[in-house]
Design a protein around this ligand. Structure first.
Ligand SMILES: Cc1cc2nc3c(=O)[nH]c(=O)nc-3n(C[C@H](O)[C@H](O)[C@H](O)COP(=O)(O)OP(=O)(O)OC[C@H]3O[C@@H](n4cnc5c(N)ncnc54)[C@H](O)[C@@H]3O)c2cc1C
Length: 402
């Protein structure tokens, strides 16, 4: 079984990274953006876009070639996530589920036959993945809120319980489910399972979230006497919290990159609009208050870029980057929120038109502050680490993998 300390990736050259950025940016501009409103109208899951992105190599950056990846590394992963969020935020949800958290958790903690069965399909965008940690009683206090149990029965575990807010679970083929295998233990009472969504007892029900549009479906899950073979456990019994924390590192880097991409989208939209829209006979960009907003966005996007790519490069070098990923996630999330708010103000009434994506920008900026550990939680982690009370890497060995 693999563990967390497998060898670091071979990072791509600056030229290769620039070429990848060009490809994804072009796909965003020419393929994603022109169809977003039509896709939102139908409400259907954008399965074809996932497959096209898989075929372009968008999901394989941190996987070796023999698994269908490009082995370009975490910097490449971050820039793809950034560009997809720039193109249209809901589509970039794919980056955790198809390109990082789900396939990497399987690669790091699954058996070789599970890696062969799922990883190539996930990064090709053909197999859809989902990650189920949060429960109805809460996501921040993951351990305290976890009621889902897995009880050993012969060669199987029987899982009962429920999950909440699980992205893409209604369309997924495979879901990583975190359960309590020992309700009296804390961290060591959690185990992770790779669950086929066709398993009897698995049920996903869509949670309607009008403000997020229709392209990133989120679900409540119910498990009723769901029998899962013991060999579907990821890691050993009691290692689930470690599996979850390891997944969070990569997840946070991806969310930070998405926030950065969305902040850039806000900045570019604001600059374009401020140069076009006039009031009192002048371009609104000539008013000092609008200039301040554009200047702040520009400076903050530049700072967030440094933090995101610093964390990505640390992952590429095989260094534990739990702290840097949390800082990048927190800071890029704040920057993105301020940018989305300023953009909403700069667009005035048009920010609320369904013909522009600005109101979606605001909602996704807020969502990404919450997901993969809320802004408050990141602050707690960062402060406890700074105070020396709880070093952030205490649950990790080296986190770079591929
Ligand atoms: C659209 C969407 C998609 C999602 N997708 C997934 C997914 O695919 N898989 C998954 O597992 N989860 C998913 N989530 C869940 C997400 O990770 C959680 O919403 C998040 O972790 C916060 O948990 P909560 O909503 O239960 O808020 P709570 O934990 O109830 O927190 C509520 C508020 O209290 C604050 N708070 C809590 N504790 C403290 C504290 N000690 N100090 C200060 N403030 C505190 C929080 O910061 C937050 O502001 C998704 C959520 C949404 C909305």
């Amino acid at each position: 079984m693999n563990d967390e300390s497998s060898s670091p990736t071979s990072p791509a050259s600056a030229e290769e990274l620039a070429a990848l950025r060009d490809v994804i940016r072009k796909f965003g501009r020419e393929t994603i953006r022109p169809q977003i409103f039509a896709l939102e109208e139908t409400g259907e899951f954008p399965r074809e876009l996932y497959q096209e992105l898989g075929a372009l190599g968008a999901f394989g950056c941190i996987f070796p070639e023999d698994q269908g990846g490009s082995n370009m590394g975490f910097e490449a992963l971050a820039l793809v996530a950034e560009e997809l969020a720039y193109a249209y935020p809901p589509i970039s949800a794919a980056m955790n589920l198809q390109a990082a958290t789900v396939p990497l958790t399987i690669k790091n903690w699954g058996r070789p036959d599970q890696v062969d069965k799922y990883v190539p399909g996930l990064i090709a965008g053909q197999v859809l993945g989902s990650n189920a940690m949060t429960e109805p009683d809460g996501g921040t206090d993951l351990l305290g809120a976890m009621r889902t149990t897995a009880v050993k029965d012969g060669d199987d575990y029987i899982i009962n319980g429920s999950k909440m807010w699980i992205t893409n679970a209604n369309v997924a083929d495979v879901v990583i489910v975190f359960c309590k295998t020992d309700t009296s233990a804390k961290h060591k009472g959690v185990s992770a399972f790779l669950v086929d969504t066709k398993t009897p007892g698995f049920e996903a029900s869509r949670v309607k979230c009008r403000v997020l549009g229709s392209l990133m479906p989120t679900n409540s899950l119910t498990f009723t006497d769901m029998r899962v073979p013991a060999d579907r456990m990821l890691g050993n019994e009691g290692e689930g919290f470690k599996v979850a924390m390891n997944a969070m590192d990569f997840g946070r880097l991806v969310v930070a990159s998405r926030s950065l991409g969305l902040a850039r989208a806000c900045l570019d939209a604001s600059v374009e609009y401020a140069d076009l829209r006039t009031a009192f006979g002048e371009k609104i960009g000539s008013f000092q208050m609008i200039k301040h907003q554009i200047a702040d966005m520009t400076a903050e996007v530049a700072a967030a870029t440094e933090l995101v790519y610093k964390a990505a490069r640390m992952f590429d070098s095989g260094t534990v980057a739990t702290r840097e990923a949390a800082i990048a996630k927190y800071f890029a999330g704040e920057v993105c929120n301020r940018a989305a708010q300023a953009t909403t103000e700069i667009f005035g009434g048009y920010a609320f038109s369904d013909e522009l994506p600005i109101s979606i920008y605001l909602n996704y900026a807020k969502l990404w502050q919450t997901g993969e550990g809320s802004a408050n939680l990141q602050r707690i982690l960062i402060a406890d680490d700074a105070l020396g009370w709880k070093p952030m890497d205490r649950h990790r060995k080296a986190t770079a993998n591929a």
